[in-house]
Design a protein around this ligand. Structure first.
Ligand code: HEC
Length: 107
């Protein structure tokens, strides 16, 4: 009982200091498609922006280039208005999977 109370007491404090828990990685093809859907509102469906858009298209670009840009956004070493914040929301594995996904999309 004492142990249970001690645990209950530790619960909220521990929750405040613990690192946030994100969803477990889901890097199946369907999981990566779902992640990529988060990019569509700005980069277009399948990573193809509309003609005249100021936002760069991602479809069919070189995988390594996309991956290094995403890593640089996450580190904060690439100039960005929004992508630095967005990239920080993904694990390194998720960013690599997104680079691979968009590199394989037709231009
Ligand atoms: C709110 C709009 C928005 C969303 C959502 C968004 N992006 Fe971006 N993205 C931008 C903008 C704007 C830029 C140009 C850099 C900047 O200003 O941050 C950019 C640049 C990039 C670049 C660099 C391309 C280049 O040629 O320089 C990559 C790669 C990229 N985004 C990938 C993604 C991926 C992957 C996602 C989804 C996880 C995503 N973006 C979601 C707006 C967005």
């Amino acid at each position: 009982m004492a142990a249970a109370l001690a645990l209950a007491g530790a619960g909220p404090a521990a929750a405040q200091t613990a690192a946030p828990r994100f969803a477990p990685p889901n890097l199946t093809p369907a999981g990566v498609r779902a992640l990529a859907a988060n990019c569509a509102q700005c980069h277009g469906t399948g990573g193809r922006t509309v003609v005249g858009s100021q936002i760069p298209s991602l479809a069919g670009r070189e995988r390594a280039g996309l991956a290094s840009q995403l890593a640089a956004f996450k580190r904060g070493t690439a100039r960005a208005t929004v992508m630095d914040q967005i990239a920080k929301g993904y694990s390194d594995e998720e960013l690599a999977a997104l680079a691979d996904y968009f590199a394989r999309r037709p231009r």
